[in-house]
Design a binder for this molecule. Sequence first.
Ligand code: NAD
Length: 279
Amino acid sequence: MSSTQGTTQGVIPAQLLRGQKALVTGANSGIGRATAVALGRAGADVVVNYVTGGEEAEKVVEEITGLGVRAAAYEADVSDEQQVVAMMDRMVREFGTIDILVANAGLQRDAPFTEMTLAQWQKVLDVNLTGQFLCAREATKEFLRRGVVPEVSRAAGKIICMSSVHQIIPWAGHVNYASSKGGVQMMMETLAQELAPKKIRVNAIAPGAIKTPINRSAWETPQAREDLLRLIPYDRIGEPEDIGHAAVGLASDLMDYVVGATLYVDGGMTLFPGFATGG
Ligand code: NAD
């Protein structure tokens, strides 16, 4: 993966999230990594969650602390209730509280429908949907306990669910993944409705095609790249930083009135690009 160093410099106002404590799950790679660094650049202290790849997580921590804010790497499987509870307890103990959760951890286990095993189905639902449920629930308990601290933020807490364009675009060969993201959409909107009166803002980012290890085969070869670009009106594959920037904006008070929204960050992938010339 390309380093995120430098690419966001000068773009993100350094004080935007000053004094806020953020947790990003699956933050030792790809989008999570870029989001954790972008939040740090905006002045937040950041917990970098990982489940495997502790060394990578430590590198992200180093990059973030180099920005002059606090960071730490916490190991936890987001699909394991006890581990999520323990992670949140530790964050409150060591960082004082949590203001921003980016529920980003996710994976794919692809297979044609009739060959998909129950284990493949279950694993993707467990991590992509149940993992977000568990992290959001534990973060919300702390938001409610603490309430609004006006010097820090107008909201008592912000939750950003990492969804996908596949929350609305069906995806043959990936029924587990598309179902998990469809679930994330309804979970996010329901939580947004339920928690808005408590001044907790729940929103989602739906990335299009972003260059990370999760979809290497879709951008690695020139042919794959060409095929992919045909689906993207803006004619470039997304970078993890594109999502990091969106997360900083959504988490900040600049977007305090944004509640229950999905921000599609996809270069126009959801605009039915086939209809640009057909239909
Ligand atoms: P990635 O593989 O680089 O990162 C996924 C991260 O999640 C990794 O750090 C991985 O270790 C972690 N993870 C997996 N299972 C976990 C678990 N049980 N507990 C904690 N962490 C776990 O891929 P990415 O592209 O950066 O994906 C991040 C998120 O963005 C995912 O939710 C993915 O569905 C979503 N997304 C990605 C794209 C894209 O084009 N890359 C598009 C749409 C949505």
